[in-house]
Design a protein around this ligand. Sequence first.
Ligand code: ADP
Ligand code: RBF
Ligand code: MG
Length: 386
Amino acid sequence: MAKPLKKFVSCVILDLDGTLLNTDGVVSEVLKGFLAKYGKQWDGREAQRIVGKTPLEAAAAVVEEYGLPCGKEEFLAELQPVFYAQLCNIKPLPGASRLLKHLSGHGVPMALASNSPRGSIESKISYHQGWKDYFSAIVGGDEVTAGKPSPEIFLEAAKRLNREPSSCLVIEDSMPGVTAGKAAGMEVVAVPSVPKQAHLYTSADEVINSLLDLQPEKWGLPPFQDWIEGTLPTEPWYISGPVIKGFGRGSKVLGIPTANLSPKGHSSLLSEHPSGVYFGWAGLSTRGVYKMVMSIGWNPYFNNAEKTIEPWLLHEFTEDFYGEELRLVIVGYLRPEVNFPSLESLIAKIHEDKRIAERALDLPLYSKHKDDPYLSSSFHSESNHS
Ligand code: ADP
Ligand code: RBF
Ligand code: MG
């Protein structure tokens, strides 16, 4: 497939929170606790109002949204120590370490540009092996007169990298960040951290679903070389549960039955992994272990309200197996979920996914997981595989 070159850049400027780090997970936990103290319940939907903001702006948004009986400064002062104690628990987002290692390995200069204060940026990255050395420059919100959406942070980062703004590629998850990058005269790839918001990022030069989907060659940067026969190996991850009723349109409409797992009880796993099409092995305790290709997400074609888990077992069964315990080991990634102009084109794409997964799973890299005891042991606790 042709990959049109968008524009040549020579360096990359990255946002930290929500782009490289899953800060939102920890922020939500901390806010949940605080709001409970004020008798309010944190509703993840407000996340949209705080991404990309400075800490004080974010505090102001929460105080206003929940009508808290305190000032934004007071709220921030109360919240900050609790948040800082949690910095060590912030995990890299999928594909973040891979991207940094790749670009650094090819000598592409990188900078971090974040609205967080410099000190906070440095402590956050200190928990991740090697990260500090990846960046030739770091610019914090406290080092400029105005944070994003002002272009200042990005211009300062370019200056410290000794590059023209026009040769910088910005990678950002938030709207204020995208606005700032474009105002700085830079190329901007948006990786929205709030689901189903991609359509709002019209000013970005490209919108991708997760860092796994970044194609550096589109920007004249060295391509990733870790794709194998159309698949991207991932650290294996595990998910299991009884097969539940889905929307009843899998086999009926598409001829593609998917043995749905309940998203309930898997919310942290589901928020950790980007939506998309994955593959691996599926175990049914009384039947056996099968190849499997699955979609995780909102199925844009059907525009589901909930992130669902839909594995298609690559085997002809003579009967349904609702209620049976299904165990999945996910070993690789294929592509982001996309919308299709017709049901026929959706079906054709899913069959192509099937062919790619079926072939790839015979590679030793993937086939070795077929023997994972997780797939067949009937009494196995989730926690052993966190
Ligand atoms: P639902 O919307 O309830 O998930 P589907 O039309 O997707 O309905 O059918 C899924 C059901 O079909 C599964 O729960 C399972 O019991 C059965 N089934 C039969 N063959 C397969 C297969 N190869 N992969 C997944 N599920 C299958
Ligand atoms: N739905 C989409 O809307 N977009 C997709 O890109 C997409 N990819 C899929 C890939 C695989 C391997 C499977 C099994 C399903 C995929 N679906 C996708 C979901 C499909 O719409 C879903 O199985 C039906 O909604 C049946 O419940
Ligand atoms: Mg289904």
